[in-house]
Design a protein around this ligand. Sequence first.
Ligand code: 7PM
Length: 259
Amino acid sequence: MGILNVTPDSFSDGGKYTHTDAAISQVTKMIEQGATIIDIGGESTRPGAAQVSENDELSRVVPLVKLIKAHFDVLISVDTSKAEVMAESINHGADIINDVRALQNEHCLEVVANSNVPVCLMHMQGLPRTMQNNPQYDDLIDDIMLFFQQRIDVCQKAGIAKERIIIDPGFGFGKTLEQNYQLLGHLSKFKVLGLPVLSGTSRKSMIGNLLNKEVEHRLAGSLTTAILAAQQGANIIRVHDVEETADAMKVLSAVTQNL
Ligand code: 7PM
C-alpha cells in the first residue's frame, strides 16, 4: 500500500492542474514501483493534528478518488473517519475504507455496512491531539486484541461480514516508543483473529525517535519494520517508499517460499 500525499490546497482553484499532475505522477510512480493499493488521505490523523472539516476533507479526497479511478487500475483506499467522506468515496469507486477510528464515529458503521467494500479497523488509544501523552495499558497486546474482538463483533452485528475486515494495531497511535516495538515484536499474535493484518510504520516517530533521525533519513529503519511485520504475517504494508519496500518483500518472499 503506497501512501499518497494529499496537500491541504489540492484542487483549490489556483493550483488545480498542478496538483492533479502531481497526484497522477505520484500514483504512476508508486504503481510502477509495485504498489497494488493507493491510500489517500491521512494528514488529519497525525499526532497533535487539528481537525479538518467535512467539506474540506470531501473536497480534498473525492476528486482524488475520481482522478485515480479514471486513470489507473489500482485499488483505492481512503483514510478517513467521516461517514460522509466514506459514502462519497465509495460512491466514486473507492475499494477500501481505512479508518484510524475503527468506524466508531457516527454513521460510519451504517455507511460501510450498506456497501460491499473491505474496511481496515485500526487501534488507537485516545485521540490524535493527546494520544501520545503518557499512553498506558494493562497488557498492550491483550488490550489491543480485546479492542479488535469488540470492534469485529460490533461490525458483524451491524452487517459487515468478517470477510470484509482488516485489522491494524495502529503504530504510533497512543503508544510509547517501547510499546510500539513491543507491538512490532508480537505482531504475529493478531493472526489468531483470522483476518488480514495491515502494518503502518513507514517513517514514523517510532523510527525517528529510536534512531534520532529526521523523516528523510528513516528509510533503513522503515524497511526493517516492514520486513519484521511481513515475516510475522502482515498482509498489507503501508509505506511511503514503495520501490525499496517492494524489493525487501521480494527478498523475504524468496526465502519464505522455499521454507
Ligand atoms: C503525519 C504523521 C501524517 C503521521 C500522517 C501520519 C496509519 C494510517 C496513518 C496506520 C492505518 C502516517 C500517519 N497511519 N492508517 N494512517 N495505519 N491503517 O504516518 O498506521 O501515515 S497517518
